[in-house]
Design a protein around this ligand. Sequence first.
Ligand code: MG
Length: 484
Amino acid sequence: MSASPSSIDLDRAPGASPPSPRRILHLDVDAFLASVEQAVHPELRGRPLVIGGLPDERNLVMSCTYDVRARGVRPGMLLAEAARRCPEALFRRGDAQAANRLRRAVARVALRTSPLVEEASIDDFFVDLTGCTRLCGPAFATAERLRAQVRAEVGLPLSVGVGTNRTLARLAGMLAKPGGVAEVLPGYERHFLRALPVHYLPGVGRTTRRLFEQFAVRTAGDLAQASREVLFASFGSAGLVLHDRARGIDPDPVEATYELCDGDEGLLRVRMPRSIQRVSTFEPEEGRRERVEAMLCYLVERAGHRLRSHGLRAGSAEVSVTYVDTRPPAVRRRARAAGEGGHHRRRRAFEHPENATDALWSHARALLRSLPRRRALTRRIGLSLFGLSPGAGWQGSLFSAPRSDLGGDGGGGARGSRRDRGVGGGGGARGSRRDRHRRLDRALDDLRGRLGFGRVLRGGSFPLTETCELEADGFRLRTPSLNQ
Ligand SMILES: [Mg+2]
C-alpha cells in the first residue's frame, strides 16, 4: 500500500519506530458520582464530598472527592469509617438520574470529534481518533480540547490518556489523574511499560498480583520477559492476553456505543447491552417477605422496561438474595468456604426468550421462592437478565385462549370485557393472556416514556410505597442501578 508521507500520521514522534496507526483516547471522569453532585449543586463545589449515603447508614462509599481521598477514604469503604477519617466531609446519597444524563452529555461532546465512541463503564469512554487526526489535529491537542469542552459544557472534570491501543490509553489516563492529559507516544510503548508496576495492567487483580510476585514478576517489563508457555500453563488464555498487554499489544477495537441523532437527547444507542442487572439494598434490612418480593417485582419492571426499550429478549434470568449473617466472623468464614454464606443465587433459562414483564416476574418469583429461605433479615436483592437477543416484534396468537387461561394476577382485571377487544392487533380475537400482557406492557412503556417511570406502578411493587420515596423517575432506592 503506498501512502504519501503526509497522510500517515501527523502526531508521530520523530525518529520513533514506525508507529501503529491507531490513536485511541481514554476519557475518565474524575470521582464521577461526587463530580456529578457538584455539577448539579454548585454550592458543593470545592467542598469535601462523599457519595453513598449518610454516615449512620450501613452502606459503602461509592465515590468521594480527591481531598477526601487524601485523608484515606476510598470507594468501597464503610460510610461510618469514612466519617471517622474525614469528619468534615459532606455525605450525599448520589443522583443516578443526573449521573445518566451527564454521562450522555459527555458522550455527545466526544461524538463531535469521532464517530467511534465506546462507553466502557458508567464513567469512562474510549474514543478512536484513527483517521481523524488530519481533520482534528494531533491526538494530544484533541484530548486537551475535549477535556476543556467537557469541563465547560457539562461541568465534569476529565482525565484523558492517549495511546496506540486501549490498554495504553487507559494506563496513560490513570497516570494523568486527576484532571490531566497524558500520552504514550507511538514507538515508546515498551519504554513506558518497562518500569510500570504489573498491577496497573487491566486484568491483574489482587490474586494474580500475588501469584506474579511468587514468579518475581513485579513490573510489566518483567511480565513481558516471562515465557508464554509458563503463563498459559498457570493462567490459561488470560495469561497470554496479559503477556500481550505487558508488551504493548492490544488489538481490541473501539466499538461505537452511540450515534448522534435528532431525537432523544441527540443520542441513539447502537450497541446493545449484553446483560441487564438491577440490584437494591435494604436500609434498614428487611424482615418482611412481602417487601422483599415487592422489591423484586419493581426490579423486574425496571429491567423489563429497559429490555423492551432496546427491542431485546432475555434468554435466562438470575435472582440473588443476601441475608444478614449474624454469626461470629470465624463461623461465617468457614461457612462461606463451604458455600454456605449469606448470599444465594439461582439462574434458570426461559422456555423461549422473553421480554414481557408478566413472564419475567413469574420466572423471577419462582427463582426467589426456590432459593434457601433463612430466618434472617434480607440485606440485598438482585435480578440479572442474560442471553439477550434481538426480538422487537411479537406474534399475536391466532386463536383466543381457553377460558381457564384468562385472569391471573393483576393484569387480568379486564377479563372478557368489551374494553379488552380491539386494543392493538391480535386479529380481532381477544387474544391469550400472553398477548394481553404484551399490550399492557406496550401501553405502560408508552405512558412511562411520556410521564416518567414512577407515574405508573404494578400492584406487585405497591408495598414499597410505605418505605421508599416515589418520584417521577421511580422509587428512590438505596443502591441506585446506574446502568439504565
Ligand atoms: Mg472515573
